[in-house]
Design a protein around this ligand. Sequence first.
Ligand SMILES: Cc1cc2nc3c(=O)[nH]c(=O)nc-3n(C[C@H](O)[C@H](O)[C@H](O)COP(=O)(O)OP(=O)(O)OC[C@H]3O[C@@H](n4cnc5c(N)ncnc54)[C@H](O)[C@@H]3O)c2cc1C
Ligand SMILES: *[C@@H]1O[C@H](CO)[C@@H](O)[C@H](O)[C@H]1NC(C)=O
Ligand SMILES: *[C@@H]1O[C@H](CO)[C@@H](O)[C@H](O)[C@H]1NC(C)=O
Ligand SMILES: *[C@@H]1O[C@H](CO)[C@@H](O)[C@H](O)[C@H]1NC(C)=O
Ligand SMILES: *[C@@H]1O[C@H](CO)[C@@H](O)[C@H](O)[C@H]1NC(C)=O
Length: 531
Amino acid sequence: MTFLRCFGFLFLSCIIARINPCSNLPFTTPTESDLESSLIRSSLMTLNLDGHFSFDDVHHAARDFGNRYHFLPCTILRPESVSDIATTIKHIFHMGPSSALTVAARGHGHSLQGQSQAHGGVVINMESLNEPAMRVHAGELPYVDVSGGELWINILHENLKYGLAPKSWTDYLHLTVGGTLSNAGISGQAFRHGPQLSNVYQLEVVTGKGEVMNCSDNQNADLFYSVLGGLGQFGIITRARIALEPAPKMVKWIRVLYSNFSIFAKDQEYLTSAKNTFDYIEGFVIINKTGLLNNWRLSFNPQDPVQASRFNSDGRTLFCLEMAKNFNPDETDTMNQEVESLLSQLSYIPSTLFLTEVSYLEFLDRVHISEKKLRSKGLWEVPHPWLNLLIPRTRIHKFAEVVFGNILTDTSNGPILIYPLNKSKWDSRTSVVTPEEETFYLVAFLSSAMPSSTGTDGLEHILIQNKRILDFCERAHLGMKQYLPHYTNQEEWRAHFGPRWESFVQKKSAYDPLAILAPGQKIFRKAISFS
Ligand SMILES: Cc1cc2nc3c(=O)[nH]c(=O)nc-3n(C[C@H](O)[C@H](O)[C@H](O)COP(=O)(O)OP(=O)(O)OC[C@H]3O[C@@H](n4cnc5c(N)ncnc54)[C@H](O)[C@@H]3O)c2cc1C
Ligand SMILES: *[C@@H]1O[C@H](CO)[C@@H](O)[C@H](O)[C@H]1NC(C)=O
Ligand SMILES: *[C@@H]1O[C@H](CO)[C@@H](O)[C@H](O)[C@H]1NC(C)=O
Ligand SMILES: *[C@@H]1O[C@H](CO)[C@@H](O)[C@H](O)[C@H]1NC(C)=O
Ligand SMILES: *[C@@H]1O[C@H](CO)[C@@H](O)[C@H](O)[C@H]1NC(C)=O
């Protein structure tokens, strides 16, 4: 057992091993630390809450989708009201720097590198927070008020009862509002509507001082924009007001293949900038190797051209353009004409056109089907060394040439998504960092590692490949920014934020001066002083 002294705000370069997760003084003897832990316990137990703390079964809060980082918290708070969250944070804030207790909101725990964990701290199980009850407001500018711990799939179900739905999504809906708004929330609708954080009217936030504040574009605007894309650093989102639109009943879902990246990218960019275009545009890279993991996003239908192998790629890398057009049954003819006209502008390999029609719900919840399939084979709860990059448009060809041509030549360990986004739909006042150019691509390497494999599908191999991709971006000065960014020291975070770093630090000191919140992001470190 090593106890290292860690001094100074903001530095992470040392590791503290703790005997008991509730003990928070890094250089006490075990007996003192047990005492400390029972003091923390009893001090938290004195709080008057609607919900409760659990101290015993804390192991699940030391897991996430990434399945690589495991930090045990001291306790899990299951809040039943916003004031439970405020009371807890205020209590910890008033303990000051003599306590190392930190607080992590845990949405659905689908982060990848421990971002929703709190070593020795308090994890707030946001899904327990059921207030406010979800309320849909129809009218000119329809919106829904939801809890920050609400899952997007539940929001979809509730809104569909009123014929309404949010405008911008993620590919997978078993994620929480607070979790995706703290990042951005990107999917095939973002080129039109912007990411999810561009479609929020108002938030209620509990700051790192335990204050409950409403914020929006015209009330506490600085807090509002800080929290959006803020990686949980400035406050806990307890409720959100989300913009809605009329929901279509049906979706025409289309896939076509390309073997030439330039032509693929040209068509994608044409479609994302065209008027009266598709409602959803994504794309992915198919490195020819069959197998469930490689194709889990593809395997939605046995008639799919890739699945059915009606098209022989001869081992070449292929690019699949995926599009969807929303419609209601009485508009089928017009929709078909519009689709036909858009497709006629494209240069895909003609024999690869694949079309289907599904309900809007089925379309949006499509990844859940793959999840069930992978779960049944024990392939869902494996390590996920994902890498998500934003690449400026003018450098995407170089990126594709090197990454798909040299680095990932004969295999991929999961889907690789690639599609353009329009910066004008991203509010520059939010905390999220994007590349400089007007158009940039999301490139997502969604790898799964086979437990205990030492081969090309093993964790080690995939991490090395990820590193090669990152090193290339650095060497070639691509102006890449990570999405769902992960860094382990402050120099790297500073580089990630670039000229915006100073303002990020200044906001941190305004809203969470003791650095209590979201320690798993490893951006700031709580200052501890012993007197
Ligand atoms: C299968 C899968 C598919 C995905 N697809 C997409 C996609 O298409 N597009 C996309 O953009 N992302 C996607 N993601 C990434 C996803 O948006 C992030 O992993 C997100 O963090 C997960 O949300 P969560 O609710 O599980 O949050 P958590 O992992 O629980 O939390 C993430 C971070 O936000 C903080 N946080 C959580 N709740 C709150 C809150 N209420 N207030 C303040 N901070 C909070 C946490 O402390 C943590 O730092 C996907 C992830 C998975 C696993
Ligand atoms: C925030 O606004 C909602 C209504 O929009 C209100 O119910 C709530 O009490 C407000 N919270 C604060 C802290 O003002
Ligand atoms: C891809 O298409 C572009 C534009 O038509 C062409 O210049 C290029 O040579 C093609 N690349 C390959 C590998 O065929
Ligand atoms: C980005 O969106 C703006 C605003 O809708 C639009 O004017 C512009 O043409 C778009 N750019 C591209 C490259 O799609
Ligand atoms: C993959 O490549 C092999 C030849 O290397 C070919 O026989 C097979 O049909 C290809 N699969 C697809 C889906 O193109």
